[in-house]
Design a protein around this ligand. Structure first.
Ligand SMILES: Cc1ncc(COP(=O)(O)O)c(C=O)c1O
Length: 349
C-alpha cells in the first residue's frame, strides 16, 4: 500500500515508516550533460537514490526484510539480542528495525581498523561494538572472523544473527523493492545496471529481477581495486567472506580506486545529487564500462532499438556526511575553496 500523504500514525507508525512497502518510489535522477561524458553518444545515466530512505542508506531495505521474515516465521520468539558482523550501516539499520519488533539489544563485531567516527555512530544508536582482529586472509569459516563469531553467538537461545552475508532475504529485498522500482521508473527501458559490491545482496536482487524482465540487460559490479578504500564496498580478496554465489549475476566487473570515488561523489553532491563515496565508485565503474564499450564500438549493440537511447542506472547507497573527514584525507586541497581570513578563526582543527 502506498501512502501518498507520507503520514505514519498509530501504534505501528515507526514500523510502517521503516517499511519500504509504505513509501513512494525512491527518486531516480538523470545526470545532466556536464556530469555525463557519454551524453553525446545518446547514453542517459540515472542515479537511484537509496540515500533517500528513512535511515539514510541502502541497508534499511535488507535489514527490514531480514528481521521481518524472522518475525513472520516465529523465529523472534524469546529473542532479546541481535548479533551481526558489520561496521556501520547494516547493524545500525538492524538495531533500529529490531527495536520496532521488540528486540532492544544489538551487538556488532567490528574490525580493529574501524574509524572512530563509525564507532561513535554505533554508540549513538545504542549498539554494543565488539572489536575483532580479523584474520589476514578473510574466510567466513575461520573461527577468528567476525562473521563466524556472530554466527556462533546467534546460536544462543536468546540471540539471533540475521547474517547479511548468507541470508537470502538480503538479496530478495532488492528483488522485491529496489529492482521493481527501477523497472517501473525506466518504463522497462533500462539497458545497464551498475552497483558496488559489498555483501552483494544489492547486485544479486537487482540482477535477478531485471534480467528476468530483459535477458540482454547488462549488470556491472563495481569493486574496490586492490589496496583501495571505499566504505561499504569490498576488494576481490574481501569478497571471499561473502557466502552468496554472486559472480553469476554480474556480466562485467570494474575495479575502482579511492580518489575517483570520492571525487565523483563530491561532484554529484555539488550539483544537488548528495551522495557518498560508494555512489562515486558505482558511477566510476559505469564510466569505465562505457569507455570499454565505446572503444570497441559496442554501444550501439546494447540498444533495444537503434533509435533508442542507452539507459543506465547506477545505485547510490548513502550520503557523504558520515564520511566528511575522509574527503579531506583522500582529496588534495586543490579540490576545495580557500578559506578567507583563516587566521582569525577561533576553532582551528
Ligand atoms: C555504504 C554501502 N553499503 C552497502 C553497499 C553494498 O551493498 P551490498 O551489501 O548489497 O552489496 C554499498 C555498495 O556500494 C555501500 O556503499
Amino acid at each position: 500500500m502506498q501512502n501518498k500523504m507520507n503520514v505514519f500514525d498509530g501504534p505501528d507508525a515507526i514500523r510502517d515508516f521503516l517499511n519500504p512497502d509504505k513509501h513512494p518510489n525512491l527518486p531516480l535522477v538523470e545526470l545532466p550533460a556536464k556530469l555525463n561524458p557519454f551524453a553525446a553518444d545518446n547514453v542517459r545515466i540515472f542515479a537511484k537514490l537509496m540515500s533517500m530512505l528513512p535511515l539514510g542508506n541502502v541497508k534499511s531495505v535488507p535489514a527490514f526484510n531480514m528481521i521481518r521474515e524472522k518475525y513472520r516465521q516465529g523465529n523472534l520468539e524469546g529473542v532479546e539480542r541481535i548479533v551481526e558482523n558489520s561496521s556501520g550501516n547494516t547493524v545500525s539499520s538492524m538495531a533500529l528495525v529490531g527495536r520496532q519488533f521488540g528486540i532492544d539489544q544489538t551487538q556488532s563485531y567490528v574490525p580493529a581498523e574501524i574509524s572512530w567516527n563509525k564507532l561513535l555512530m554505533l554508540l549513538f544508536y545504542g549498539i554494543e561494538p565488539i572489536v575483532n582482529v580479523e584474520p589476514t586472509d578473510p574466510d567466513e569459516t575461520d573461527p577468528q572472523s567476525g562473521v563466524y563469531k556472530a554466527k556462533k553467538d546467534g546460536e544462543e537461545k536468546e540471540a539471533i544473527n540475521p547474517g547479511q552475508y548468507h541470508n537470502e532475504d538480503n538479496p530478495k529485498s532488492h528483488e522485491k523493492w529496489t529492482a521493481q522500482q527501477i523497472w517501473q521508473q525506466t518504463d522497462g527501458k533500462i539497458d545497464i545496471f551498475c552497483t558496488g559490491l559489498g555483501t552483494t545482496g544489492t547486485v544479486i536482487g537487482n540482477s535477478s529481477f531485471l534480467k528476468s524482465k530483459n535477458k540482454s540487460l547488462q549488470v556491472v559490479g563495481a569493486m574496490r581495486a586492490p589496496d583501495q578504500y571505499v566504505p561499504g564496498v569490498r576488494t576481490e580478496k574481501l569478497l571471499k567472506l561473502v557466502g552468496f554465489d554472486w559472480q553469476k549475476y554480474v556480466d562485467s566487473i570494474e575495479r575502482v580506486e579511492t580518489t575517483v570515488s570520492y571525487q565523483l561523489s563530491m561532484e554529484l553532491s555539488r550539483q544537488g545529487i548528495v551522495v557518498g563515496p560508494s555512489s562515486g565508485l558505482a558511477l566510476a565503474g559505469l564510466f569505465q564500462y562505457l569507455t570499454g564499450l565505446k572503444q570497441s564500438n559496442e554501444i550501439e549493440k546494447l540498444r533495444d532499438n537503434q533509435s533508442d537511447d542507452l539507459v543506465c542506472v547506477f545505485l547510490c547507497p548513502d550520503g557523504p556526511l558520515p564520511y566528511l573527514d575522509e574527503y579531506f584525507k583522500y582529496l588534495d586541497s586543490s579540490h576545495f575553496p580557500a578559506i578567507q581570513n583563516e587566521e582569525s578563526m577561533l576553532n582551528k582543527p
